[in-house]
Design a protein around this ligand. Structure first.
Ligand code: SF4
Ligand code: SF4
Length: 358
């Protein structure tokens, strides 16, 4: 924990607006669940990348570069319109680092204008009081920051020490919901860090979750006894969040394979900066079809396609989406090439150890 931490208080006006936005978002989330249970024909959650570039270079990450340009706003709006027309419920903006996109707030406004729930995953380094204000005004509903350690090291600078002041600003000024994700697993030096990060998150009025990272061969490794204790403690800490209903996470912590139906490519979509649809951040390259050419039939096929990586998967957000359909739609199909346009199909990228915040 940083030496001098303080608890901050939001003004009465911020608290009022925070409550109002929370109630509205919760009502829309309940509608989202009802709609998802009533029909399997639309995506529930989409991760979209407006910016592959990142201002950090975490040692375990291969979801960023240091040179690429932001996706133009007009192109982002076009993609969001297609997703809205498909009936998508939630859009989470990810990266790279989305706060590097100079028109991020316009992207968020467009998500809200099209009736979808707007969330974002960020490393938080570019947050300022002013930026929190513009994110409030744009209508952001969820923000997640993943914090890897208490003090920065050679692998990750996403530490509580570097981010604590920004967390205090969020606690004071943000009217959107904030979740702090801490990490456990191979490569994490001190598992006690995760517990301290989670306690600080709750102290500041945020929800907290814990992600599990595995090493680069992608094998499912159980957490050690103390790590498992910490994992369980964080899962029961403070405020509730949907991820706590995720039985899968407990299996991952114990190194057990999990029996579930991954609906990526259908109920969950990952749209990269080039506008291609992928299963998820860890299985990029398939289907590899431009969003503009991704038909209802393709989505339906992917709904029924078994994913070879499902038993060892650590992508918790796709797991949560899967819970809404695990009881129906047995997956009997195998992945098959979907005739993308020439030159638009990158190689399948299977990523073992990577960010654990999605
Ligand atoms: S984990 Fe996040 S902050 Fe770190 S390099 Fe990757 S995209 Fe950037
Ligand atoms: S890694 Fe997980 S989320 Fe991604 S396609 Fe495989 S099972 Fe689905």
């Amino acid at each position: 924990m940083p030496e001098e931490t303080k608890t901050v208080r939001a003004s009465a006006e911020v608290l009022r607006e925070r409550k109002r936005r929370f109630r509205r978002t919760r009502a829309r989330e309940l509608m989202m669940i009802t709609k998802a249970l009533a029909s399997t024909k639309h995506p529930i959650l989409v991760h979209i990348i407006p910016m592959r570039r990142c201002n950090l270079d975490c040692g375990y990450c291969n979801e960023y570069d240091s040179v690429s340009k932001p996706v133009p706003l007009a192109e982002m709006k076009k993609r969001l319109d297609i997703l809205a027309d498909m009936g998508t419920s939630i859009i989470t903006i990810s990266g790279g680092e989305p706060l590097m996109h100079s028109e991020l707030e316009e992207i968020i406004r467009h998500i809200r204008k099209r009736g979808m729930i707007a969330g974002m995953i960020t490393n938080g380094f570019l947050l300022s009081k002013e930026r929190i204000g513009t994110l409030n005004e744009a209508g952001l509903e969820h923000l997640q920051i993943s914090i890897d350690n208490l003090v920065p090291d050679e692998v990750s600078k996403k530490s509580l020490k570097t981010l604590d002041t920004r967390l205090e600003w969020l606690s004071e000024f943000a009217v959107f919901q904030v979740n702090i994700n801490s990490v456990l697993g191979s490569g994490v030096k001190d598992p006690e860090d995760a517990l301290k990060i989670a306690h600080r998150a709750v102290e500041l009025g945020f929800t907290s979750t814990v992600g599990i990272i595995h090493d680069n061969n992608g094998q499912l490794k159980p957490l050690g006894p103390r790590e498992q204790e910490i994992f369980e403690e964080i899962m029961t800490l403070g405020k509730r969040s949907y991820s706590r209903f995720n039985d899968f996470q407990h299996s991952v912590a114990r190194g057990k394979e999990h029996n579930w139906r991954c609906r990526s490519g259908s109920r969950y979509l990952y749209i990269c900066e080039d506008g291609l649809v992928h299963w998820c951040s860890q299985q990029r390259g398939y289907p590899g079809i431009p969003l503009t050419q991704y038909t209802d039939e393709m989505r339906h096929r992917e709904y029924l396609t078994a994913k070879h990586c499902a038993p060892m998967c650590t992508v918790s957000c796709v797991q949560q989406v899967g819970m809404l359909d695990n009881w129906r739609g047995p997956q009997t199909l195998k992945p098959k090439p979907m005739a993308p346009p020439a030159g638009a199909r990158p190689e399948l990228v299977q990523i073992g150890g990577t960010r654990s915040d999605s």
